[in-house]
Design a protein around this ligand. Structure first.
Ligand code: ADP
Ligand code: MG
Length: 279
């Protein structure tokens, strides 16, 4: 290797242009083969560097987001779930609601794809350049309560307020602890109109007073969430059960088995309407 080559490698390292550095010979050959002008060659090198940096950022952000599984919007079978408006999901996947600091509620019985859609939208948000954090509701409340007990609530609230999109998964599977509603209220207030929140729940918003153990605080939370919100209400039966049934592993359901561990389908009908019954 020539001294010129070595000093070029050193400069590229110092400038952190690692994609150009690592493929230097190939890129120079390629630029020569295509007979690029200096300006074109510089643009070509910059494109490669940016592509690598974007890829790194995306991979790192996927890790930081702590998604429980990998799911994409493109893997979602919209035909199997006619209650989901594909155009609305595509719109949410653009991340515009995040730029506007809005809330998204994904409501419906277990197994209908709420977490799948939340992860899929979250991944698209990361690709679009937003920071995302996914947290199960129980874990969120447990962490807030613990920090509260240690006199470090403010720190924890800041932690959960930093990402541009906070996804709170599975609100309502189990009842919360006593001051949970109030802790959640503080978080929602802090993020209000600053950061976007997405919540998945198997309970209609009318039940959140019971879920959170405090109807008054639940109403205050919903008041903020629903002010600028998108509500996606999914109906129907669990996707996995449906697939099993199709393959003949399960018999056609009786109505009771369709509604396992959830409230009546009808309560998912109108999110805003149900809020009124909380007050
Ligand atoms: P929920 O959060 O509503 O309880 P999940 O999102 O965890 O349900 O979905 C359960 C499983 O079924 C996941 O593996 C998910 O990927 C899959 N699934 C659910 N609905 C669909 C769908 N319409 N198309 C493809 N996969 C689906
Ligand atoms: Mg889920």
């Amino acid at each position: 290797m020539t001294p010129e080559h070595d000093s070029l490698i050193q400069m590229l390292t110092r400038l952190k242009l690692t994609a150009i550095r690592d493929q230097l010979d190939n890129l120079i050959d390629e630029a020569g083969r295509q007979e690029l002008s200096i300006r074109e060659a510089l643009a070509f090198l910059c494109e490669r560097e940016i592509a690598r940096k974007d890829q790194r950022r995306i991979e790192m952000s996927f890790g930081l987001a702590r998604f429980p599984f990998v799911r994409d919007i493109n893997d979602f079978d919209f035909e199997a779930q006619p209650s989901v408006d594909k155009a609305q999901i595509r719109e949410l996947a653009t991340g515009r609601f995040i730029a506007n600091g809005q809330a998204v509620l994904l409501l419906g019985p277990p197994g209908v794809g709420k977490s799948h859609l939340a992860v899929g939208i979250g991944r698209q948000a990361i690709i679009a350049g937003y920071t995302v954090l996914f947290v199960p509701a129980m874990m969120l409340v447990a962490q807030l309560a613990k920090s509260h007990g240690e006199g470090r609530l403010d720190e924890k609230l800041s932690h959960f307020s930093k990402p541009k999109l906070l996804i709170i998964d599975e609100l309502g599977y189990l009842p919360f602890e006593p001051d949970a509603a109030h802790l959640l209220f503080q978080l929602v207030s802090r993020r209000y109109e600053r950061g976007a929140i997405m919540i998945t729940s198997n309970r209609a918003v009318g039940d959140w007073g019971t879920v959170l153990g405090d109807p008054v605080v639940a109403t205050a939370i919903l008041d903020r969430l629903l002010h600028h919100s998108h509500v996606v209400t999914i109906r129907g039966e669990s996707y996995r059960l449906r697939e099993k049934r199709r393959s003949g592993l399960l018999k056609t359901p009786t109505p009771q088995t369709v509604q396992t561990s959830t409230t009546e389908g009808s309560v998912f009908n109108d999110a805003k309407g149900s809020v009124l019954s909380v007050a």
